[in-house]
Design a binder for this molecule. Structure first.
Ligand SMILES: CC(C)(COP(=O)(O)OP(=O)(O)OC[C@H]1O[C@@H](n2cnc3c(N)ncnc32)[C@H](O)[C@@H]1OP(=O)(O)O)[C@@H](O)C(=O)NCCC(=O)NCCS
Length: 148
């Protein structure tokens, strides 16, 4: 039997529930459905989902200001991690941003989030600073950027 293929597409309103489920299983302060709705519908924002066999297994979101962009969301379903899905989705998002004229991409990641730090470094993001207590006491953010 052949493996089902991962399909990348822009999120739409009908994906909010699935995206919320990804957030709630993985993020300490999950985004609300209103915030996810805005991520999907606001023209300055982009939200892509990776779908496997009809199920949303990973999503990523970004916000653009002029020719710069911040990636504020990336989650893979716990059951589907380590299979390269976030890498495929992030490469698709970066390609999409580049095609839209974005020159620089920024993101923040918690200093001890090793899977995410490793993934972003692999994708070519470089560290340029650290923001103390960004996520709460003793929880620093590593600031990363990449030129497209
Ligand atoms: C970070 C996250 C999105 C990675 O998703 P994923 O689909 O498992 O990632 P991939 O399978 O594409 O892995 C790509 C790379 O990430 C790194 N990585 C992934 N899981 C890792 C782990 N458990 N430990 C160390 N590095 C890891 C590796 O460099 C990996 O490359 P490799 O497979 O060649 O070693 C996922 O762990 C997640 O959803 N975490 C919770 C939410 C979160 O922290 N999001 C980031 C907020 S900034």
């Amino acid at each position: 039997m052949t493996e089902p293929e991962l399909h990348i597409r822009p999120a739409d309103i009908s994906d909010i529930k699935a995206i919320m489920a990804l957030e709630e299983g993985s993020i300490a302060h999950p985004w609300t459905s209103e915030e996810i709705g805005t991520l999907i519908t606001d023209p300055r924002k982009k939200c892509l989902v990776a779908v496997l066999d009809g199920k949303v297994v990973c999503y990523a979101g970004s916000e653009t200001v002029l020719d710069e962009c911040n990636i504020g969301n990336l989650v893979t379903d716990k059951e589907y991690r380590g299979r390269g899905f976030a890498s495929v989705l992030m490469n698709a998002l970066l390609e999409d941003l580049k095609d839209s004229g974005i020159k620089k991409v920024f993101l923040e990641v918690e200093h001890d989030n090793l899977p995410a730090l490793s993934l972003y470094e692999k994708l070519g993001f470089a560290r340029y600073g650290q923001r103390r207590g960004y996520y709460g006491a003793g929880r620093d953010a590593v600031l990363m950027r990449k030129e497209l």
